[in-house]
Design a protein around this ligand. Structure first.
Ligand code: COA
Length: 333
């Protein structure tokens, strides 16, 4: 994908936040008919974090992850020009980014939500890089945060075992085009498959008596696991290859593959299709499950803390999920 690049963009720092309460597969087997063995062999998940407590919301996690990223580079929040909050579980349907803006004290930032489920962080990174590379803004905070535990049907064993809550943040800054590190991206959507993964809005059966107007509410997550699995394993490697090709880069040049953490079998299948060694695939879903828009920045942040990803590494980041939407972004770290 070609973009009008006047200057470069780079990622300065990352941060992440997880709820303190963990919920193991064993605990899961006490509320639905399942087992640690079934969940682990099908998904690679051992436990997940759940945001408990009546006062806690996605905003708390997003703020904590953002503050950690800011602290790493001692950046004053007033230097942030734009905040993009990737989430599908906001605390307010009008958006939660403005609450994050006020709570971290980013008084000069414009803030908006971006809804693209598990692809939200990739789409937000691309959006941020466009604002930076065209010279519109200097510093951008991108946050991926989701609390899908609030939208899961806790009696549906085919979905409730998968998801966990978390937030991850990245601070991007404009730089000279020679130092540009957001090298390329490739994005896709196929709305014909949206039915396979959704939190649908359901209208009441009876309309308002005078207005002929239906109101309703959102349902729980519904998913066709097999279709989503097939889609991810088929489409994500194609997107990655297209993105690498646009840079005349080979698979051998990839140092790290940071995929949306949906299922360990999906990660392995994608790596196999690309002939990328499994050791190059960052995986932390055993501890957190699928944290939707948070999964990629959480995995990135941990990989940096663990000193896996280092300066100049080629990092291929790919997200996929509801929409169905999927895409790749290639970063020279
Ligand atoms: N524990 C035990 N048994 C379960 C279960 C659970 N948690 N969930 C489903 N089962 C049962 C089913 O009822 C079915 O039983 P049956 O054969 O008697 O009908 C059997 O296990 C197989 O179910 P199936 O749905 O075919 O399993 P699967 O091998 O496709 O695995 C997923 C299910 C969800 C793990 C898998 O499809 C998957 O990971 N898909 C991708 C989902 C995803 O990543 N979504 C997010 C993308 S962003």
């Amino acid at each position: 994908m070609k973009s009008l690049m006047i200057q470069g963009a780079k990622i300065l720092a990352t941060g992440s936040a997880i709820p303190s309460s963990s919920f193991s597969n064993h605990q899961m087997s006490e509320i639905v008919q399942t087992s640690d063995e079934w969940i682990f062999t099908r998904t690679g998940i051992k436990e997940r974090r759940l945001l408990k407590g009546v006062d806690q919301s996605i905003i708390d996690l997003a703020v904590l992850a953002s503050k950690k990223a800011l602290n790493k580079i001692s950046m004053d929040p007033s230097q942030i020009d734009l905040i993009i909050l990737a989430t599908s579980s906001p605390h307010d349907l009008f958006g939660s980014a403005s609450k994050v803006q006020s709570e971290i004290g980013a008084i000069n930032a414009v803030a908006f939500d971006l809804t693209a489920a598990c692809s939200g962080f990739v789409l937000s990174l691309v959006t941020a890089s466009q604002f930076l590379q065209t010279g519109a803004y200097k510093n951008i905070l991108v946050v991926g945060a989701d609390v899908l535990s609030k939208w899961v049907d806790w009696s549906d064993r085919s979905t409730c075992i998968l998801f966990g809550d978390a937030a991850g943040a990245a601070i991007l800054q404009s730089c000279s085009s020679n130092d540009n590190s957001i090298l390329s991206f490739q994005l896709n959507t196929n709305g014909n498959y949206s039915k396979h993964l959704s939190i649908a809005y359901e209208q009441n059966i009876a309309p308002h008596p005078q207005l002929d107007l239906y109101q309703g509410s959102f349902k729980y997550i519904s998913m066709n696991g097999k279709e989503v699995y097939k889609f991810a394993v088929f489409q994500v490697p194609l997107s990655i290859l297209k993105c690498l090709n646009s840079l005349n880069m080979s698979v051998e040049e990839v140092d790290w593959l940071v995929l949306h953490q949906a299922n360990d079998r999906i990660l392995t299948a994608i790596a196999e299709k690309l002939s990328i060694n499994r050791n190059k695939v960052i995986s932390n879903l055993g501890k957190y499950g699928n944290t939707s828009a948070a999964s990629i920045p959480l995995a990135l942040d941990e990989a940096i803390q663990d000193k896996k990803i280092s300066h100049n590494d080629i990092v291929v980041i790919a997200g996929f999920g509801a929409g169905l939407t999927w895409g790749t972004i290639i970063v020279r770290w």
